[in-house]
Design a protein around this ligand. Structure first.
Ligand code: FPP
Length: 238
């Protein structure tokens, strides 16, 4: 029988940070205020993950579907992201946090792209945790981009059909080089994957909490990790 994951922290946690809008609505505040509070939870959870020994944290910060939101909310989110990275870069260097991104970054506003590149470059040496922001990301578009690349290489005679294994496909995704998530946390109670890491979540343990993202703190993270540690992961075996 597979050992329970007892005492071992998940190596990689992925989070669908949902409920910022509802948090704001409950208080009669504009939706953007919910996102600002959500950024505070990001800081808390990042610190919490470092304390718990988690090596990778992937956050779903902006999906390809989020472009359907009102222009003001999109602008506000992009600005928030840019300011967050600018303000946090020094602290990230001190704390050993390396920034990486997944998604079609080249479609983000120019200023945002620049700040992402600066923070990535400056935090490159971070060894304690890798923070992966999913920006303009969707699992399906990631798979489409990978398939296009593979088709091109096949057409150019660079790869043979039998070389296309699961490991090979994984190596062509945005997440190439990162381990698959061990634990997925989704806040605000929705039971959906919402086009997040469709390939990578195949064997990931799921933890859904009714807490809204701005209310999700270090204690909630500890509870999610304890829930994970009590599970038996069999990866399809017995
Ligand atoms: C989902 O809540 C949340 C988002 C689409 C944005 C996530 C962004 C942040 C947490 C803040 C900025 C991030 C970083 C990394 C600094 P929702 O708006 O869909 O909530 P609702 O379902 O209640 O409307």
């Amino acid at each position: 029988m597979q050992e329970p994951t007892l005492n071992k922290p998940p190596r990689h946690i992925a989070v669908i940070m949902d409920g910022n809008g509802r948090w704001a609505k409950q208080r009669g505040l504009p939706r953007l205020e919910g996102h600002h509070q959500g950024a505070k939870s990001v800081r808390q959870i990042l610190e919490g993950c470092i304390d718990e020994g988690v090596e990778y944290l992937t956050l779903y910060a902006f999906s390809t579907e989020n472009w359907k939101r009102p222009a003001g909310e999109i602008e506000g989110l992009m600005e928030l992201l840019q300011i967050f990275l600018k303000q946090e870069t020094e602290e990230m260097i001190r704390e050993g946090i390396r920034l990486q991104t997944i998604g079609r970054i080249s479609d983000l506003p120019e200023a945002c792209q620049k700040q992402i590149q600066i923070t990535k470059d400056e935090t490159e040496g971070g060894k304690r945790i890798t923070l992966i922001l999913a920006l303009n990301y969707s699992g399906r578009s990631e798979i489409v981009d990978a398939v296009r690349g593979i088709a091109k290489d096949a057409r150019d005679g660079k790869i043979r059909e039998e070389e296309i294994t699961e490991e090979f496909v994984s190596s062509r995704l945005y997440t190439s080089g990162f381990p698959d998530p061990d634990l997925l946390i989704r806040t605000s109670g929705e039971m959906r994957l919402s086009n997040f890491l469709l390939w990578q979540l195949s064997y990931t343990e799921l933890h859904v909490t009714s807490k809204l993202w701005p209310d999700f703190g270090k204690q909630d993270l500890r509870e999610a990790i304890q829930d994970y540690q009590a599970r038996h992961r069999r990866f399809g075996g017995v």
